[in-house]
Design a protein around this ligand. Sequence first.
Ligand SMILES: NC(=O)c1ccc[n+]([C@@H]2O[C@H](COP(=O)([O-])OP(=O)(O)OC[C@H]3O[C@@H](n4cnc5c(N)ncnc54)[C@H](O)[C@@H]3O)[C@@H](O)[C@H]2O)c1
Length: 336
Amino acid sequence: MTVRVGFLGAGAIATYHSKSLRASGEKVERSLVFDPDRPRAEAFAEITGAAVAESAEQVIDGSDAVYVCTWTSEHEALVQLAADARVAIFCEKPLGTSLASAKRMVERVEASGVVNQVGLVLRRSPVFHLLKQLGDDPASGELITVIFRDDQFLPIQGRYASTWRADVERAGAGVLLEHSIHDVDLLEWMYGAIISVSATTRFLHGIEGIEDSAVAHYSFESGLQATLTSVWHDLLDRPSNRQVEVFGSTLWAQLNGEWSGEVSWSRNAPVETRSGAEVAREVRDSRAGENPDGAFIRSVRDDSPAYPSMADAFRAHVVVDATYRSAAAGGARIEF
Ligand SMILES: NC(=O)c1ccc[n+]([C@@H]2O[C@H](COP(=O)([O-])OP(=O)(O)OC[C@H]3O[C@@H](n4cnc5c(N)ncnc54)[C@H](O)[C@@H]3O)[C@@H](O)[C@H]2O)c1
């Protein structure tokens, strides 16, 4: 069965998913695209073969699955429309501009029973799978601390040039919600439940409601402590970088990169280092390195649950919301 895929939003991430769908080899037809920026929709249609629609409803009517790739404030209404029409949904992260919005969205898709997936693509990153496996290995001893650093140039400039990310109404907030929701999700996926946070944020670019750096201290149920430092700077040669360092009682591990970075580790033995390509070949897990878009299409075709679902993404919203509440209270410790 050829799956008819529609696009709501024709910007950078919609283009990425369209290319990734083609690379997946799955049988898809790019059916329709809607973007109020008509030249953008037309350019997208030209490349993908999709027809330009006059409305989101028209896209949903003519598709088996839709990609919700608009700026964040539009996600909720579009997810609602697609869920009401019983059309499968791939929704970009963050789900919504607030915790309440994310909650309503998850409730809506759960009630409708539509296949749904969220754009937390790093859950399939081979290098994060290796980092998780190293941490889970009893030979690593008890995990003590994780230092997670995420940096990117402020994406209203350079190759991203997305002005909506400087508008709190459309983006919801800054670097923590917009970019580091991936990191918060990965931290709980790798290390279990976070139980408290203390955080501070800064607004060096002076954009109302858009923090451009955040430092959070997370305590986990296991006793692990982690810090997350997330920054939007003006270094245009650094579009997105992550570095993670992990200490267990008998483990040191370090990742430089995101999907295909380099991983080094030692356990009272000489340091081992693997390139991203080596990790992709060696790491054993059916999801490690899997094309997220291909996996979504197979779930739509089989009518089986997709991964990670919007419900899976909800915890990261809970943690991010608590992080903002701590920052608003001057770094007070928030338990949840
Ligand atoms: N998973 C990831 O790693 C990742 C990466 C980048 C962006 N994102 C997310 O994807 C979303 C889009 O980001 P982007 O970088 O593609 O932004 P973008 O600015 O390149 O594109 C967004 C597009 O949405 C369109 N749009 C706005 N309202 C619309 C509506 N009601 N219906 C249809 N189209 C509408 C805009 O005109 C614009 O063309 C954001 O939520 C962002 O956080 C996720």
